[in-house]
Design a protein around this ligand. Structure first.
Ligand SMILES: [Zn+2]
Ligand SMILES: [Zn+2]
Length: 259
């Protein structure tokens, strides 16, 4: 299989770490892995680049990780911490030419159209705006020779989608993984999972809950993300099994295949 490189652009929860005005030990930490921008990954394979989500930090994240291409964008859901950087894909339009396809559920694409009316309304013709084409997924779809499988997840009472691609999967913002989705996640090399903190939360998974998911799904390696300021990187990792790590901003993972 073609090599896939995943870059973690952000590993933090919706307010980021440090949180504005907070002086806790993690928000004041000198460990660069405790500085977490909002959650997103970039996937590079062949000469293509695919984003999952565009956070409010997207511009800085793309500069910091020297992202060269964005050929498509997949959205997990429409919460602000996952979509609000969408306008900043314009430089990729300028450099690459052509339109960038974005993919999401019907609900998510509808919310993005309402959040960014000027992007999609033909009457705003003078303004510089992203050139995008929207796609609603109903099942697996192919992008540049690789299949992406949407994986339905529960985010409290809401629905979000994770994505499986090759032997990797990225599951952010979930409180529960439905049984039919578990079946789509067997035989993984790399699994990214939401793990907000230790204390239970109505819409997010915790370290303990995500460890249970890792045990059931048995990927070769797991990385926790969407992390809040309750978790210090070094101290939290000490207590995790060796094949489970906390993601951090800038982390790059090469997907190697499950076996
Ligand atoms: Zn989120
Ligand atoms: Zn704090």
């Amino acid at each position: 299989m073609e090599p896939i490189r995943i870059t973690v652009l952000g590993s933090g929860t919706s307010v980021g770490v440090p949180m504005i005005g907070c002086h806790c030990a993690v928000c004041s930490s000198d460990d660069p892995r405790d500085k977490r921008l909002r959650p997103s990954i970039h996937i590079k394979y062949g000469d293509r680049g695919v984003m999952i989500d565009t956070t409010p930090d997207f511009r800085y994240q793309a500069l910091r990780s020297q992202i060269e291409r964005v050929d498509a964008i997949l959205f997990t859901h429409s919460h602000a911490d996952h979509v609000m950087g969408l306008d900043d894909v314009r430089p990729f339009n300028y450099r690459q030419g052509g339109v960038i396809p974005i993919h999401g559920s019907e609900e998510t694409i509808g919310a993005i159209r309402r959040s960014f009316p000027y992007i999609f309304d033909e009457k705003f013709t003078e303004q510089s705006r992203p050139r995008l084409v929207t796609n609603v997924f109903g099942g697996p779809f192919e992008l540049f020779g690789m299949e992406f499988q949407p994986v339905r997840l529960c985010h409290g009472k809401g629905t979000v989608y994770g994505f499986r691609f090759g032997d990797a999967a990225y599951l952010t913002d979930h409180s529960d993984i439905p049984e039919e989705s578990m079946k789509l996640l067997r035989g993984l090399d790399v699994l990214f999972l939401d793990a907000l903190r230790h204390k239970p939360h109505p819409t997010h998974s915790t370290v303990e809950r995500s460890l249970e998911s890792v045990e059931k799904l048995a990927p070769r390696r797991a990385f926790f993300t969407h992390i809040c300021h309750d978790l210090a990187h070094a101290r939290t990792e000490e207590k995790l099994p060796a094949h489970v790590r906390l993601a951090y901003d800038g982390l790059q993972i090469d997907v190697e295949g499950a076996s």
